[in-house]
Design a protein around this ligand. Structure first.
Ligand code: GLC
Length: 629
């Protein structure tokens, strides 16, 4: 459909439901007009015409406050007009420094403005300069105060409204790459911190604006990303308005991986989006966002993309390398645990939020079947502890039968020597990946923690995972919580699996580096299992250095002794992760906005699946099992 064809129904307000869906998926870009003369955001009536003209020439938008409905359209212009006056207060916050990085969100804080001035004058502050600025300005009363000020300083505004936080605000780094963008996954701890503070607006805006970006028509070479895909990141750009020298417009420009290093697909973005949406509703009590027709459609589109049939034999989600937090080649293609845990959590969150309606019955059935199959698969086949390792050690191979014990034909020689030494007598964990004849025995923190949080792991397994983290404290927490994975790939393995990636050298970055942001996920998991002391101890470790080290993105070496070689400083999700951990320890009940409690129906279906466990007997004939919950 051409843009001009879309114009009519938008202004008439007469939309068949079918058309809404089509329009959502085809067009998604957002812009907001700003006049350079009066420096007003162009949200008023007369500019409105211009906005629409511009949209129809280039792109067609979805509306923030009520998609495609005349009634709501009016609400939108009203609310935009009122937002414009807010925009006046923070307009000064939009400034680009010498390296064209947006330095946002400073205008309301006079102290930060001072810091901002330094950016303007000297372009970039020295590291020491910023430390001095932050400690003088905030009195360095506490690490938390500093963290809040830095988090607020990382806020990104669109049309004068907060819509996210930039990935890093490192004044010492002239090569920003895409760290000046709002990453979906990086915003999650920021969003949770704001929710826990009762600051709901930025999260609501983030949810609705990223929804507008879903399924963008951009392509990589001649290929478009699947409908329902959420971008990895977006940037607010100020661009001249076509045909008007005096005006500029702000545009939200998403990246679905088509510009990202390695062109990696952000599979986790949509899953995080669903998880945040539920957290927003639970925290604010405002369920009107999740009930909106466009939001419901957004949830369904993500689910459809993830639940689509493929060639796979497993119920887990099949993805390419680098499709999540580890967003470069690290040998995690296939069925990485992180994606499975987030997928499982997102399915449970979506099930809670989807409006019960006839049209969604098939989707909900597919979702329920997948939940049962996934929990069975992960709990059975990803779990390792001393007992299971010993079983694998004695596996028979080449079993061609429906009753095979060693279903994936794992050769016992695959058990790596480091694991034989490393596995404690108490505790266990879910392995990183499972493929035919291949178990990736590495320990991945995010996947294991989120398996606890989402109840993908059983209660016993969840406790065992925490036991394991305690037993392996000096490896996993070491000098800075938490190691992204253990152990690092070294030597020939590093060369072959990472493609000799100089950023992922052993014990650095994604290859066994330590990431402070993971502290908040450790906190949620340990609170869920009523063992907050684990998180408290980890927070103490982080507090020894994190602020004096200037909130690095990651740490290097086996013991996390050095700030990462290429780590950004003032990395927002390191700051927000710390804040979430502190806020949750102070108010553990608030962790419920993130936790998925296993429901009884699922447990029943799971035990039914266990009794029909094909390891014991497999019904070769008869109808395919389905579990209706
Ligand atoms: C790195 C991380 C990725 C994060 C991005 C922005 O690429 O691997 O997970 O989203 O930086 O901070």
């Amino acid at each position: 459909m051409g843009a001009s064809e879309a114009a009519l129904p938008i202004s008439s307000g007469a939309f068949a439901p079918q058309f809404r869906t089509n329009l959502r998926s085809k067009f998604s870009s957002i812009c907001c007009v700003k006049s350079s003369n009066d420096r007003q955001y162009g949200c008023m009536q007369q500019n409105g015409v211009r906005i629409l003209k511009s949209y129809f020439r280039n792109r067609v938008i979805r509306n923030v406050d009520g998609l495609f409905e005349e009634e709501k359209q009016r609400t939108r212009s009203e609310s935009l007009r009122c937002k414009c006056s807010q925009a006046e207060n923070i307009r000064g916050a939009f400034l680009e420094d010498g390296s064209r990085r947006l330095v946002n969100g400073l205008a309301n804080d006079p102290n930060l403005q001072r810091q901002h001035l330094k950016y303007e004058k000297g372009n970039l502050l020295s590291d020491d300069g910023l430390t001095a600025a932050t400690s003088n300005v905030f009195g360095a009363n506490s690490i938390e105060d500093e963290a809040w000020s830095l988090l607020r300083a990382s806020m990104v505004y669109y049309c004068g409204n907060p819509v996210g936080t930039i990935a890093a605000n490192d004044p010492s780094d002239s090569n920003t790459l895409n760290y000046d963008q709002v990453f979906i996954r990086d915003f999650i701890p920021s969003g949770i911190a704001f929710l826990l503070k009762g600051d709901y607006e930025i999260v609501r805006n983030f949810i609705l604006h990223t929804l507008q970006l879903q399924s963008w028509e951009k392509t990589m070479d001649c290929h478009s990303p699947g409908q329902g895909l959420m971008p990895a990141s977006f940037k607010v750009r100020t661009v001249p308005l076509d045909g008007d020298e005096d005006a500029t417009e702000e545009v939200l420009d998403p990246d679905f991986g088509e510009a990202a290093i390695g062109r990696v697909a952000p599979v986790d973005s949509g899953l995080w989006w669903i998880i945040l949406l539920r957290a927003y509703g639970k925290s604010s009590g405002d369920t009107s966002v999740q009930e909106r027709i466009d939001v419901q459609t957004g949830i369904k589109m993500i689910l459809k993309l993830c639940l689509a049939d493929g060639f796979d034999m497993f119920p887990t989600l099949l993805v390419t390398d680098g499709s999540c937090m580890i967003d470069r080649r690290m040998g995690i293609h296939g069925h990485p645990l992180e994606i499975q845990a987030l997928f499982y959590s997102a399915l449970l969150c979506a099930r809670e939020m989807l409006a019960p309606e006839e049209a969604s019955a098939d989707l909900i059935r597919a979702l329920n079947n997948r939940l049962v199959a996934m929990s069975f698969h992960i709990r059975e086949y990803y779990w390792i502890d001393m007992k299971k390792l010993n079983e694998i050690y004695r596996y028979k191979t080449e079993e061609y039968s429906f009753d095979a014990v060693n279903k994936f034909n794992i050769y016992p020689d695959q058990i790596p020597p480091w694991l034989v030494k490393w596995m404690p007598n108490r505790g266990g964990y879910l392995i990183g990946n499972l493929q035919p004849a291949h178990m990736d025995f590495r320990f991945f923190s995010l996947g294991n923690l989120w398996a606890v949080i989402s109840s993908l792991a059983t209660t016993d397994q969840s406790h065992a995972i925490l036991d394991f983290i305690e037993a392996k404290w000096s490896d996993l927490v070491a000098g800075m919580p938490l190691k992204i994975c253990y152990p690092a790939l070294e030597g020939e393995e590093w060369r072959i699996i990472t493609g000799s990636d100089p950023k992922n050298t052993p014990w650095s970055y994604h290859n066994g580096g330590s990431w402070p942001t993971l502290l908040w996920q450790l906190t949620v998991a340990s609170i869920k299992m009523k063992r907050p002391d684990i998180a408290e101890n980890a927070i103490k470790v982080a507090e020894r250095r994190i602020a004096t080290d200037k909130w690095p993105e990651y740490y290097d070496t086996k013991g996390a002794r050095f700030i990462g070689k290429q780590a950004r400083l003032f990395q927002t999700w390191s700051i927000a992760g710390y804040l979430v951990a502190k806020l949750l320890i102070a108010n553990p009940n608030a962790a419920n906005i993130l936790v998925n409690v296993e429901d009884a129906e699922l447990v029943n279906a799971f035990s039914f699946a266990l009794t029909a466990n094909p390891r014991r007997k497999r019904m070769r004939k008869g109808p395919k099992q389905t579990f209706i919950i």
